[in-house]
Design a protein around this ligand. Sequence first.
Ligand SMILES: [Zn+2]
Length: 314
Amino acid sequence: MSDTSRVVHATGLYASFTVDDLSAGDGRRVGRLLQWLADQELRATFFVIPFSYPNQAPLDEDADLVAALRDAVAAGHEVQPHGYDHELFECGLPDLMAVQDEAMLGKVARALSREEFQLRHTHTRGMIGARISRALRILASAFPGYQPSGFRSGYHEFCRELYFALEDCKIRWSSSRTATPQAYRPRVTEGSDEVISWIGLLPYWVGGVLEIPHCADYGSHLPPEDIAAWVGLARRHLAACEDARAPFVCCAHMPGLACAGDPPGWRDAGYRSYEQVIAAARQDFGAEFVTLGELADHALATPSFWPQRDEYRR
Ligand SMILES: [Zn+2]
């Protein structure tokens, strides 16, 4: 990375392929994803959940996952924390525009109308910081000597105290906010998926933490006949990133890629979709895929390029 203006290099833009939600219990299934990444010659950033709530197990208890991720890091991939246990309201409130389904929206609305005061009360710098510290201790146990540089919250959650807590935990960047919230839908919906949220595509500072917004997931539990529509959406988002001289950060999930099971005809459609998205990014936009940590290091090297958004801190 030699360019010093924005995060676009001379021949095209930088892109990152991130995979969220790996946690204890996934160790036996992750091999296929790693093989696919190798086939695509992609170095990915894994935002892992340090404590699996459904399995009540910390990541370092899944020996298969720890071994696979150690091999992955040796191969150039990257591991960063994705909250502590990814429970709803862990790191603040979700981005409501990005809530995908009616049931989830109802759950959030009921909780907010009933418990808003209590929810705000739990989102103190100290309480969020304690959870992130626990997350970092689990990762330090799994990967001795490793200090994550970045962070992503579950459900695109945020609040001003989250950024204070990240600073306290010596996390330098976050990729928690989505720039394209209305693309978080089960099907591509005409028009609304193009909306770039007010936060925009470019990195910005919240205090001492650089927030690097991400785009959408272009391959999650989709019917094969929708692949062309998702690739088309990704192309429009790539063009928006190119115009803004912003990085293109896509946000995949392992179960959505394979979509094994229900319905069987959708199997692997997520992988097929991303193969086309990655090819389009490389061939038509000159994108170079790097890990998000590498991209962040590049952006952090020119701190004055990025605006400060202190509205979260007052
Ligand atoms: Zn997640």
